[in-house]
Design a protein around this ligand. Structure first.
Ligand code: GLN
Length: 470
């Protein structure tokens, strides 16, 4: 049986009802990972996945109560810890690092009887939009291998789109789940900040990061998000966020004037307008304003590198990391190890972060960015007085060719122009496939108000029915 087309829910139900076993399912996906190795999406299949599947099958056979993800294989991004398994953040710096404990998200998946299949490729320390900044070699787009998978959770998105696994976790600081999901034609969500515990996940920019699923359908993403969400005593930024569904007879979608200006003459503009036209039968469509939305990206590239600089300070060649062989004294242990261990993009962020935090510039850059962030948050709040969700394209175009943007960091940063605002405002957003252009997928994004994740899921599910890609 070909399980690659089935959703998480279909697989779960099939296993529960005895149509097939978790062992069969997991075996199938392990073979798929081998068969599609060239995608470079799944970098390691965990050796104990099959045993775990057999255990779940036994549990079901003996009539014991099982969890809502019983027997379903799920992959995790390479920055999420699972005790005893390697985790490398796609960095030379963490080669051979073995997780000393298990992240809260993995614990929660295991508690619902999921099978953790393996780990997925990513941009080093989650910095990038193409999954090219990785020590494992570039990850390819699942639809056309000459194109990038997007990033930083490119491996998770390509793995789902390529049928290597029905669901994979990613992390999203500025679009790292939604952008690759969009470029590979699958669904990716970023919840309200604080919904999911970051305990045991290597932080890039702690005040913006959220871990969340990528899957084939909105319903699958919703189910898995519900499993991993919740307050956690190990992460004091977690909040209680009620994810139970709230239905309305009609939903109001806001089209943000400033986003349409940003969309300018981009290639996908006509497709997006055509989509809005189609949706006007099902949704009320209104215009809204988030005047400073276009400053989100500038804000992001001050706040995120500032936090990255501080989060990455621990990689000093002394603790848990590779140490330079040429180091002769303490100072050179730091300098040489960091010079050898980090890739170009990570170094660029560290330099940027140190610059904006340095005493003479702190107020001019960091504090100013935080002030603009507050303004953007306020503007989003006002916009949501007029609509349930704001609808935007996830990205301005489709996937680009591998190598095309490597020497153009600003062009690469612009990939996230529509996804970053939700992280800056801390609000939930989801990307759903809606069309294609030259054979490559296009995604649309729904952004909701803080803690309105449940409403966002309802809108996205309805959208899937009436306007989603077939
Ligand atoms: N592409 C963005 C960056 O490079 C977002 C990364 C992310 O969300 N982790 O910062």
């Amino acid at each position: 049986m070909d399980f690659s087309k089935l959703t998480v829910i279909e697989i779960r139900d099939g296993i529960k009802n005895g149509k097939f076993s978790s062992e069969e399912v997991v075996k199938f996906f392990i073979d798929k990972c081998e068969e599609k190795k060239d995608l470079n999406a799944v970098i390691e299949v965990f050796g104990d996945a099959l045993d775990r599947a057999k255990k779940i099958d036994k549990k079901i056979a003996s009539g014991q109560k099982v969890g809502v993800l019983a027997g379903v294989p799920i992959a995790i991004k390479d920055n999420i810890m699972f005790e005893g398994k390697k985790m490398g953040c796609a960095s030379k710096f963490l080669q051979n690092f073995v997780s000393p404990y298990t992240s809260t998200v993995v614990k929660k998946l295991l508690a619902e009887d999921a099978v953790i299949l393996g780990r997925t490729n990513m941009d080093e320390f989650a910095m990038g939009s193409s999954c090219e900044n990785t020590c494992y070699g570039v990850c390819h787009n699942a639809i056309d291998s000459e194109f990038v998978a997007g990033g930083s959770s490119g491996g998770s998105a390509a793995a789902v789109a390529g049928g290597l696994v029905p669901c994979a976790l990613g992390t999203d600081t500025g679009g790292s789940i939604r952008q690759p999901a969009s470029l590979n034609g699958v669904v990716g969500v970023k919840p309200t900040y604080g919904t999911v515990s970051r305990f045991g996940i290597v932080a890039f920019a702690s005040s913006l990061d959220q871990c969340s699923p990528i899957a084939k359908t909105v319903e699958d993403c919703e189910l898995v998000l519900k499993v991993i969400a919740g307050k956690d005593e190990h992460d004091l930024t977690t909040i209680s966020n009620d994810l139970s569904c709230v239905q309305k007879s009609k939903y109001r979608l806001g089209v943000c004037r400033q986003v349409m200006e940003l969309l300018g003459r981009s290639a996908s503009k006509d497709k997006f307008y055509a989509l809005l036209e189609r949706l006007s039968e099902t949704f009320d469509i209104v215009q809204v304003d988030v005047p400073h939305i276009k400053n989100s990206l500038a804000c992001y590239y001050i706040i995120a590198p500032a936090e990255a600089t501080s989060n990455l300070a621990r990689f000093d060649g002394v603790k848990y990391t590779v140490r330079s062989q040429d180091a002769k004294d303490l100072e050179s242990v730091y300098v040489q190890s960091r010079s050898e261990g980090f890739g170009r993009e990570v170094k660029r962020r560290i330099m940027l972060g140190n610059y904006v935090l340095s005493s003479g510039y702190f107020d001019a850059y960091y504090n100013k960015a935080k002030r603009v962030q507050r303004l953007i948050k306020k503007e989003f709040k006002s916009a949501f007085e007029h609509c349930d969700c704001i609808i935007t394209p996830t990205t301005a175009g489709t996937a680009f060719k591998i190598g095309e943007k490597l020497s153009d960091p600003v062009g690469m940063y612009l990939e996230d122009v529509f996804t970053v605002p939700a992280n800056i405002a801390g609000v939930p957003a989801i990307s759903v496939p809606y069309d294609e252009m030259n054979g490559l997928p296009l995604g649309v994004q729904f952004i909701a108000d803080e803690k309105n994740d449940a409403l966002m899921f309802e809108v996205a599910k309805l959208f899937e029915k009436v306007g989603g890609a077939k």
